[in-house]
Design a protein around this ligand. Structure first.
Ligand code: MN
Length: 364
């Protein structure tokens, strides 16, 4: 991390020896047929680039024996525990920076063309071989009139052929072009890095909701009759300017918003809620089997603050200890769950989260 992260491309030969696709090809294709799964088909049949958006029925896809196409399935970790388990191997990067696992399957010669991305990526080869050509960041021109952003002037500096188990790391902005050598599957571990615009638009929208309560309105009792009706009144400008300049979120509000913002589930995420179990039944079952976070749950903490799926949570010190453990390990063993449930606040939160579908009792 210290030497390479966000600095340079690195090839990690056999970083995951013996790795297999996290889910078999037919199951990946089934996911691509689902409405709530984001998928794209990119083909370059007879040299013509084409982009299509899913869902795709499996028999609507070209056969793997036909050259030069690739199917990209986004956010597979949200839909499949095995894909989520692969993403979890990258927790040497903080959860707040991890985004998703994309899986691409390609026929011989398939790829998306030379391009750059705004985020770091680990490209994990899980089946077959792929040839990657990469180049350091520099200003690029794009090929006009294509459905994809493709570099017009890509000049590769390094070239690697990845076998299953090999990983290529690329920092943001590096030019790269991956071409399948025979049918292959690649998992892309993607990261998130908020931009100032993204963060401030969300913060300002949140702040706007927060100040909706007591809402003073401009008044101008006793105003003289207007002689120049087109002129912007000075008192109106002064009042609006004062509202703009006097508004400032305090540190507590900003810190709380940061935690909610960074744990906000993706728009397509749905949790399956269930009835709230009785405290006794819950304690008994969770204490026997242990607890695990749902793969879609995002949970972070900072000091005494705790956030889960876009909500800030208040907890006392003994509860916090176990909730932080849950955030770090994403599960509590039966023994740990028993101790956690001994704290009333902790027990109540965990029970609520189970009924929201954010947390599950392990299968005994
Ligand atoms: Mn890319």
């Amino acid at each position: 991390m210290r030497q390479h992260w966000q600095r340079r491309a690195v090839l990690l030969r056999q970083a995951l020896p013996g790795i297999a696709p996290p889910l078999p090809l037919d199951e990946l294709l089934q996911l691509a047929a689902e409405e709530d799964v984001e998928s794209r088909l990119i083909s370059a049949f007879s040299g013509r680039w084409r982009l299509q958006h899913g869902p795709f029925e499996p028999d609507a896809l070209p056969p793997l024996t036909r050259k030069r196409w690739t199917l990209l399935v986004q956010g597979v970790d949200l839909h499949d525990d095995r894909a989520h388990a692969l993403l979890e191997r990258f927790r040497f990067v903080p959860d707040a920076r991890v985004d998703d696992l994309m899986i691409s399957v390609a026929s011989d010669g398939g790829g998306v063309g030379p391009h750059t991305d705004s985020y770091d990526v680990f490209l994990v080869q899980v089946w077959g071989r792929r040839r990657w050509r990469v180049a350091r960041p520099r200003p690029h021109a794009l090929i006009p009139n294509l459905p994809l952003k493709m570099l017009a002037d890509f000049e590769p500096e390094q070239e690697f052929v990845l076998d299953p188990g090999d990983i290529l790391y690329l920092p943001p902005g590096w030019g790269h072009d991956g071409i399948a050598e025979g049918p292959c599957m690649t998992c892309s571990v993607g990261f998130r890095a908020p931009s100032r615009h993204e963060f401030l638009s969300a913060l300002l929208a949140d702040a706007a909701d927060a100040i909706a309560g007591a809402d003073p309105r401009f008044t101008d009792r006793g105003r003289a009759a207007a002689r120049r009706p087109g002129e912007l009144p000075a008192d109106l400008r002064r009042q609006l300017s004062a509202w703009a300049h006097d508004w400032r979120p305090d540190a507590r509000q900003v810190n709380e918003f940061i935690g909610r913002f960074l744990t906000e589930p993706k728009p397509q995420v749905w949790f399956d809620s269930a009835d709230l179990p009785s405290p006794r039944a819950f304690a008994e079952r969770a204490g026997r089997a242990g607890l695990r976070l749902d793969r879609r749950s995002r949970m972070l903490y900072r000091g005494r603050q705790l956030f889960i799926n876009g909500e800030a949570v208040a907890a006392d010190a003994p509860a916090l200890q176990w909730l932080r453990t849950l955030a770090d390990r994403r599960h509590l063993t039966a023994a740990a769950a028993q101790q956690a449930l001994a704290h009333p606040i902790c027990a109540d939160l965990l029970r609520q989260w189970c009924s929201h579908g954010w947390l599950h009792i392990n299968k005994a």
